[in-house]
Design a binder for this molecule. Structure first.
Ligand SMILES: Cc1ncc(COP(=O)(O)O)c(C=O)c1O
Length: 479
């Protein structure tokens, strides 16, 4: 390459580097194709290629076969937790925690608020609304008795069969007679905990964990041990095995496939080990698989339940995140606890809304579900890329964030000196909601973390809100 071409490629590389560092080209975005850039700037293909390769050599972009050059993320994963499990605690329903949850929930319903907190897609585009509406009309016409009958358990066979058919994608071979339908995943978790524990018992939970699980355990009079949970590895199984060997826990609750709030998954080998631990120590594992079908990569990684050959794993899930939150259709496969859980379910809420169950069953039978999931996975992967890009360009240096394997949640670790609770309160005053990390731990750990969600269409207001969050975090650092 001669001197002129050399300086041309250097200045193109420099220009792109600036666009990457000031966020005009965020992480995950695709550079214009080599051909397009060459044409638009009247440069030779070799000159453009040399600039792109220089960025690649410096780790700023990556070449993806047949797709082009993409801006790489510089965000590191949050540091892993220390290895010791936290002691069991009676779970105080701290009023400060409840106040903060209430403040965030109240702000969410205000149209002026930019919501980066809610873990539930709000836009209709994320759901197959049209198809569900059509199926509701058809179902009401075809089976009017579903609106008038008292539909006692086990509930619509079509739905239970379809659940089993789709469960095969997650490595599970289930029988329709063993499926217990529930009001969302939350009821399934509640029934599972009630079936396998008594007040005063201790349950091993992940840290961080889904905050509603913490208050559920509290209301059931349980004590919790927080087991360190690493974004790349999931719940520490060494720490858990120690607890099991010391007979300190009566049940385990885990989200091995696309964790809330981490967004990441436990490796398959660890899932196998978790299933084996449950059997070896005769301690039930309650597996919350709510986001499992939203894994980006296919074939989907199997659940822990798929390695359960002795009924110690209770799988709980629902169609809240992938299909229709308003339907509240959930289900569980309770292994060796099926009879007890079916009896508890009967005394708790008798029957399920059979009409809604039938509609979901009909939808799952159409083949449209697989297509819908494929679209959703692509959409969420792109949304999460965008969110991470904005975190990278807008948040202070030293911020880390998880690289989710599915779903729409990102767990952010702020630099030393920042406080997630304070950031949540400051953000609320600017009409922005986020979820502070401390809500995901019964002992208020994860004070330097926040959870952000990417289940809304990114408008300019969202981008502005994220940049504002970054500024607020920087202010905490005094700069
Ligand atoms: C991990 C997890 N489990 C359970 C639930 C409750 O699910 P459902 O709305 O189906 O009751 C949620 C809701 O956000 C969740 O994130």
């Amino acid at each position: 390459m001669n001197d002129i071409a050399g300086s041309l490629y250097q200045s193109l590389a420099e220009e792109l580097r600036t666009a990457i560092s000031d966020g005009r080209l965020p992480a995950g975005s695709r550079l214009p194709s080599v051909r397009e850039t060459a044409r638009n700037r009247s440069l030779s293909i070799n000159t453009v290629l040399a600039a792109y390769r220089q960025l690649e050599a410096r780790g700023q972009v990556e070449a993806r076969p047949q797709s082009g050059y993409f801006v790489r993320s510089r965000l590191a994963e949050p540091a892993g937790p220390s290895e010791s499990a936290r002691p069991a605690r009676a779970l105080p329903a701290e009023t400060a925690v409840l106040d903060r949850i209430e403040a965030v929930l109240a702000a969410q319903s205000d149209p002026a608020t930019i919501d980066l907190s809610l873990a539930c897609p709000t836009s209709r585009d994320f759901y197959p609304g049209k198809q569900l509406t059509r199926l509701m009309t058809e179902t009401a016409r075809r089976k009017p008795e579903l609106l008038t009958d008292y539909s006692l358990p086990p509930g619509p066979l079509l739905l239970r069969r379809e659940i089993c058919r789709h469960a095969r994608d997650l490595g599970m071979t289930l029988a329709s007679e063993n499926i217990i339908l529930t009001n969302g995943c939350m009821e399934a978790l509640q029934l599972a905990l009630r079936a396998v524990t008594r007040p005063g018992d201790t349950v091993a939970i992940e840290s961080p964990t889904y905050f509603n699980l913490i208050s559920l355990a509290d209301h059931l009079g349980l004590r919790a041990i927080e087991v360190p949970t690493h974004p790349g590895q999931g719940m520490s199984l060494d720490a858990l095995e120690l607890l099991l060997s010391e007979k300190r826990v009566q049940a385990v609750v885990s989200m091995p496939s696309v964790h809330n709030p981490l967004g990441t998954s436990m490796p398959v080998a660890a899932k196998k080990r978790l299933a084996a631990l449950a059997k070896d120590w005769s301690v039930p594992v309650i597996e919350d698989a709510l986001y499992a079908e939203l894994q980006y990569a296919t074939p989907l990684q199997p659940t822990v339940k798929s390695f359960d050959d002795d009924g110690w794993v209770i799988l709980c899930t629902s169609y809240t995140k992938a299909l229709a939150p308003g339907f509240r259709v959930g289900w569980m496969e309770a292994g060796r606890f099926r009879r007890r859980i079916a009896a508890l379910k009967f005394s708790a809420s008798l029957a399920q809304p059979a009409f809604l169950g039938e509609v979901i069953g009909a939808y799952l039978a159409t083949g449209g579900y697989a297509q819908h999931l494929r679209r959703l996975r692509r959409l969420y992967a792109a949304q999460v890329d965008r969110l991470r890009g904005l975190i990278e360009s807008g948040f202070p240096v030293g911020t880390r964030a998880t690289e989710p394997t599915g779903g729409f949640l990102v767990w952010v670790e702020l630099p030393e000196g920042c406080d997630g609770n304070r950031l949540c309160d400051d953000a609320l005053r600017r009409d922005i909601t986020i979820t502070p990390g401390s809500l995901f731990s019964p002992s208020g750990r994860h004070r330097r973390h926040i959870r952000l969600s990417a289940c809304h269409h990114f408008s300019d207001r969202h981008v502005h809100a994220l940049l504002t969050l970054g500024e607020l975090a920087r202010e905490q650092l005094g700069g």
